[in-house]
Write a protein that binds this ligand. Structure first.
Ligand SMILES: Cc1ncc(COP(=O)(O)O)c(C=O)c1O
Length: 451
């Protein structure tokens, strides 16, 4: 995979959002749908559960679940899962268009579309939230639609203490560690998640669940973060890329055998409905494992910057955000308001947002992306006026929505270097517009559950 160009029509985005005041985020529906189709192709026939933390938009989650190849949601909190599995509450606040500015543009499309987004929602992370647990335990319909994650008896004890003994069964899923351990555990590629790693440990926990009548074990989840979430083709780091590829090969071999053994051991004590694995970066690898019945993906729908670093796929950057130019500190520089929309994870330059339009702008190394203002330098700066927008890509997917209350959707195309330059000097100016007449559609979209 080289530095192929993909298209985002910033001229169309500018027209479609002309009435809005930044900051706001836009999702390019054409890119989103193309990405969704490519994820299905890579999944090789196994259904994809949508990682809602990487979308965080009720309407777009609904949209992707309506496509063939998608089934169910992998949620990130129980509160969110109840929101997605239940009826949509009335929306009276800001809706279509303005994101993050607090302005109301009227009720969005989502306001008219009630009903559950999905009747199959797995919460991917352990839950301690007592209020949400009580809501789940007291509602037969929600209890049948939502599955909780466990990796210890301690968590079961906590939940049992909150939900009590009477009521509908609580569905649970076992989180099994998929990280790689080398040199006796001194080297540990992958996430520190579940302590359950071996077939014997998994079986023991499955037996602990079957000894409690209120709980029912329905699934296994085992997410290989070191394969799915680490790019094997990092820009400008050939040696690191070789190292990542070697680690991936070792990890896949180890995991294939261990995951199959764990699943077989648990199936001896529980009737599993699903075995979930993978993420955007590992779909084609994990689908080859017979023990895995379904996959997860989310980030690939928006294709944020961190996912440009993979050899096996090349998505379309579908999510961008706009910030307003507010001052000019000197020649060759402009400052936009806000901008510190930095991604989580181990801190580093790759977590910073990147200005992508107009071309020829870059963050300044000494200031980075600021809390209230972000200076940008480069040949693109002098063509900008106060009030113009600068468009950015976020390093991660759904995290972008933490800064916005609604998300616009639009359609695209203008050429954008796929690996967006981090320094203005490397920018390749281009303004070719392939479909200038294509009008941009917008839909309101509540980004997160009501608190
Ligand atoms: C449990 C689990 N599965 C899958 C994923 C992959 O999600 P995405 O496709 O958004 O990278 C994640 C991401 O962190 C995860 O935590």
């Amino acid at each position: 995979m080289g530095d192929a160009e993909v298209t985002v029509d910033f001229a169309a985005l500018e027209r479609a959002t002309a009435a809005l005041d930044p900051p706001f985020a836009v999702v390019d529906l054409a890119g989103f749908r193309a990405n969704a189709g490519d994820l299905v192709r890579r999944a090789g026939g196994k259904p994809i559960r949508v990682a809602s933390k990487s979308v965080r938009c009720r309407e777009l989650t609904r949209e992707v679940l309506a496509m063939p190849g998608y089934a169910g949601i992998l949620a990130y909190t129980l509160g969110e899962a109840l929101w997605l599995a239940g009826e949509e509450p009335a929306v009276d606040g800001p809706a279509a268009g303005v994101a993050g500015s607090g302005e109301s543009a009227g009720r969005g499309e989502s306001a008219g579309r009630g009903g559950a987004v999905s009747e199959d929602v797995v919460v991917a992370y352990p839950v301690a939230d007592r209020g949400a647990l009580r809501r789940l335990a007291g509602d037969e319909r929600l209890a049948a639609r939502v599955t909780l994650m466990i990796d210890s008896v301690e968590q079961l004890d906590h939940m049992a203490g909150v939900v009590g003994e009477g009521g509908p069964p609580i569905r649970v899923c076992l989180d099994v560690d998929a990280s790689l351990r080398l040199l006796g555990g001194r080297v540990h590629p992958g996430a520190r998640r579940s302590p359950v790693r071996t077939p014997a440990q998994a079986r023991a926990l499955a037996e602990a669940v079957s000894g409690r009548p209120r709980f029912r074990l329905v699934g296994i989840m085992s997410y290989e973060a070191q394969i799915a979430g680490v790019g094997d083709d990092p820009p400008g780091a050939r040696l690191r890329g070789l190292g990542v590829r070697a680690m991936r090969r070792v990890s896949i071999r180890e995991l294939r055998e261990r995951r199959a053994a764990v699943v077989a051991a648990v199936r001896e004590v529980a009737d599993l409905e699903f075995v979930n694995g993978a993420g955007t970066g590992s779909l084609e690898l994990t689908t080859a494992e017979d023990a895995v019945t379904e996959l997860t993906a989310g980030s690939g729908l928006y294709q944020p910057m961190l996912f440009d670093a993979y050899r096996s796929f090349q998505g379309s950057p579908a999510a961008v955000f706009a910030l307003p130019v507010v001052r000019r500190p000197g020649p060759g520089m402009v400052t936009v308001h806000g901008g510190g929309w930095v991604a989580s994870g181990a801190a580093g330059a790759d977590r910073l947002p990147v200005p992508v339009w107009p071309l020829g702008l870059a963050l300044m190394p000494m200031e980075g992306a600021g809390e209230v203002q972000t200076p940008l330098a480069g040949p693109g700066a002098d063509r900008l006026r106060v009030g113009d927008r600068v468009w950015f890509r976020h390093a991660k997917a759904g995290e972008l929505c933490e800064h916005t209350s609604t998300t616009c959707t639009s359609s695209r195309t203008t050429r954008l270097p796929r690996r967006c330059p981090r320094t203005a000097a490397k920018a390749t100016p281009s303004s070719e517009t392939r479909h200038p007449s294509r009008s941009a559609a917008r839909s309101g979209c509540a980004a997160s559950p009501p608190s």
